[in-house]
Design a protein around this ligand. Structure first.
Ligand code: DCS
Length: 409
């Protein structure tokens, strides 16, 4: 695979030229959200300028055009993740809403006392808090697959927990805190062996590597547009068609119905059954443009670039005696991010020093508080990479550590 032309890529992100206090921004907070290339911004602007109308096939040209753009964006997403078709692609607001859709439209109706929901200890709050609350509401018990000392899943514990009482396994594909790449096909096979469903949180995977939902054989798979060079306000829930057909909607209104009388209502076809009201049309156009942009580069090349930058960052940070890094060593088990702490320096102070150098990293719990409790730290600093990051930017990150030591350690 020839390497990326990062210079040409960066030319499509004017924001990366911004300066604060005379210093060019170094954006290393991509697990929080990625930046948006000109072609995506242009696609959304063009939609508003030329095609804006409400969908659901109004009897006029603009509505028909907008409806087709919105519907075909579903087809493009299906093609990108190798789903069977638009019927298996539901547009939501974000990964969090995708998790809640399954929890409410399936979990509330299917779970009860004696059922088991199996998560992992590294889940993002989007799935952890959601399934924890569904467990409280339904009486189902929620168990967590342990992680071992280097942040990998303990698969012996997974095989112990996933049993015939298990109704669903909900696991993150790539941890947004540890960078750990989980064996999602193996987890899915384990779930299916016991008649359980598999729900994979792919928010830190779909933007960063090739994902084939059919190969994984997941029953549900969720991700967000804003983490894959697309707009905020749009996420995706992939679901196997037979499951989505059986599921009752949990949000009601226009667009999701077939027939309504004063006495009762019937529901529309997939995926519209789960998309009530006026949807995020421009965002759907932007998501399709983001997929086109990513595929033009190639997901394999994106994965390779991210892993190379993460490896470089890991090795530079590891060579510092006072730095503790969380998660597996660089390689196939680590995605494109590194979370760490510097001895004697609180993560928030470190991020603040980084900001003095116009370096954008994230400090905190990254919506994985239980994981940080388990790690025994209140917070960590996370550098997360994307297609436009360079080794030179990692060098700036490492150089700024010296300031933090002088001030705080
Ligand atoms: C693994 C993972 N799951 C779920 C989510 C939730 O996505 P939405 O916010 O789009 O619903 C995120 C977002 N990553 C968060 C967002 O900010 N910082 C992070 O690490 C994530 O990284």
């Amino acid at each position: 695979l020839e390497s990326l032309d990062v210079g040409a890529i960066r030319d499509e992100f004017p924001i990366l030229e911004r300066e604060f206090d005379g210093q060019q921004v170094v954006y290393l907070d991509n697990a929080a959200t990625t930046q948006t290339p000109d072609p995506v911004v242009d696609a959304m602007s063009d939609y508003y300028r030329e095609s804006n109308a409400n969908i659901h096939r109004g009897i006029h040209h603009l509505s028909q055009e907008a409806s087709i753009m919105y519907e075909e964006a579903h087809d493009r997403v299906a093609e990108f993740i190798n789903a069977d078709g638009r019927e298996e692609v539901i547009f939501t607001k974000n990964t969090t809403e995708s998790e809640n859709l399954v929890a409410y439209a399936w979990g509330l109706n299917e779970l009860g006392p004696g059922d088991r929901v199996v998560l992992t200890e590294m889940e993002h709050h989007a799935s952890l808090v959601t399934w924890q609350q569904i467990g409280e509401k339904t009486g189902a018990d929620v168990e967590y697959i342990r992680i071992d000392d280097d942040g990998r899943l303990d698969m012996d514990h997974a095989r112990e927990l996933i049993d015939d009482d298990t109704a669903i396994v909900s696991a993150v594909h790539v941890s947004n805190t540890l960078g750990t790449v989980n064996p999602v096909s193996e987890l899915t096979d384990l779930a299916h062996e016991h008649g359980a469903l598999s729900f994979i949180d792919g928010a830190q995977a779909v933007p960063n590597r090739p994902v084939d939902v059919e190969a994984i054989d997941a029953d549900f798979y969720a991700f967000s547009g804003h983490k894959m060079a697309g707009p905020t306000g749009i996420g995706v829930l992939y679901g196997k068609q037979h499951l989505l057909e059986e599921m009752e909607p949990y949000l009601y209104g226009g667009g999701m119905i077939r027939k309504v009388t004063y006495e009762e209502s019937t529901w529309g076809d997939l995926p519209w059954k789960f998309e009530p009201g006026t949807p995020q049309i421009a965002e759907a156009v932007g998501l399709e443009a983001a997929i086109d942009w990513l595929e033009d580069i190639g997901m394999e090349r994106i994965q390779t670039h991210e892993e190379e930058i993460a490896r470089y960052a890991y090795e530079q940070l590891e060579s510092e005696d006072d730095v503790e890094i969380y998660g597996p060593e660089p390689g196939p088990d680590r995605g494109g991010l590194v979370s760490f702490n510097v001895e004697g320096v609180h993560a928030h102070d470190l991020a603040s020093i980084m900001n003095d150098h116009t370096i954008a990293v994230r400090a905190g719990d990254h919506c994985t508080q239980p994981l940080h409790d388990k790690l025994g730290v209140p917070a960590s600093t996370r550098a997360s990479f994307y297609v436009y990051n360079t080794r030179e930017e990692v060098d700036k990150l490492v150089a700024a550590l010296e300031d933090a030591r002088e001030l705080f350690a």
